[in-house]
Design a binder for this molecule. Structure first.
Ligand SMILES: C[S@@+](CC[C@H](N)C(=O)[O-])C[C@H]1O[C@@H](n2cnc3c(N)ncnc32)[C@H](O)[C@@H]1O
Length: 254
């Protein structure tokens, strides 16, 4: 997918808030082998590495555009690789901490993905993940509604709006079944407060809208964007716009 770090970073401080909640949940700051799945620009991976002074941290991401921005953050304890999460979790490498902020929602089939990730943990290791509650958030539902319209439906892959994100109870059961010894799972609202619909549209442009535009011909991008902005207008009718965006935080120690 074509990620644009400049667009993504427009709401940098809002997007970083759940990252700090994850940092607060790190079980053992002496962990050595640490991986950040879907590290993006690497700016937050650098903060993760700075928190864990004994750690050797690897950030992986499939996007060249996002990783280009990471070159300034690498050091003797922090390196980055262009790699997909799917390829990484299929490898034999083992980790003390598998960390991932706002990336696993892009990976299909969490019932298979999470067990693979868990099996890459060393004994005593931790899985620490944040994913948006895509299946409940209104902007995702509006994108789905829009993609079902005649002008777009036949051009988009079927199932494009199906989120892989599971319910909290399902993650809890899945982790418990794989031997999780200490489990923390909760959903939290991270309010997005922006002056108007244009800014809300820009906020979604940094992430969730990307796969839709990638699958539509360039000449339909304007129409898709305009109709999406119209849907936002109809559903968020007060200024400033308040969007109670929900995210899932998962911590498991194994
Ligand atoms: C919303 S950004 C989060 C970036 C970073 N973790 C942060 O908190 O700023 C999602 C990142 O996941 C990456 N990504 C999405 N699907 C991926 C996949 N299948 N494999 C590797 N990276 C992926 C994207 O390239 C993007 O950089």
């Amino acid at each position: 997918m074509s990620w644009d770090p400049a667009i993504y970073n427009r709401f940098k401080s809002e997007r970083a808030k759940p990252f700090y909640d994850l940092l607060a949940l790190i079980h053992n700051r002496e962990y050595v082998d640490v991986i950040d799945l879907g590290c993006g620009t690497g700016e937050l991976t650098k903060q993760l590495a700075d928190e864990m002074l004994k750690a050797r941290v690897l950030g992986i991401d499939s996007s060249v555009q996002m990783l280009n921005a990471s070159s300034v953050f690498g050091n003797s304890r922090l390196r980055f690789e262009q790699k997909s999460i799917e390829a990484q979790i299929g490898s034999a490498a083992k980790w003390d901490l598998v960390f991932s902020n706002a990336a696993l929602q892009w990976v299909e089939n969490h019932s298979e993905t999470f067990p693979k990730i868990i099996s890459s943990l060393n004994p005593g290791g931790q899985l620490l993940v944040q994913i948006p509650s895509q299946h409940h958030n209104l902007t995702n539902k509006l994108l789905k509604r829009l993609s079902d319209r005649d002008s777009f439906r036949t051009l988009l892959p079927s199932g494009i709006s199906n989120s892989p994100v599971l319910e909290l109870e399902e993650y809890a059961a899945l982790l418990f079944a794989r031997g999780c010894k200490a489990l923390t799972i909760f959903e939290k609202i991270y309010p997005v407060v922006v002056p108007g619909i244009r800014e809300l549209f820009e906020w979604v442009s940094g992430t969730a809208i990307i796969p839709y535009l990638e699958n539509l011909p360039q000449e339909l991008h304007g129409q898709f964007n305009d109709e999406f902005e119209q849907l936002l207008q109809e559903n968020f009718d007060v200024n400033p716009v308040f969007y109670p965006f929900k995210r899932i935080i998962i911590s498991g120690i194994f």
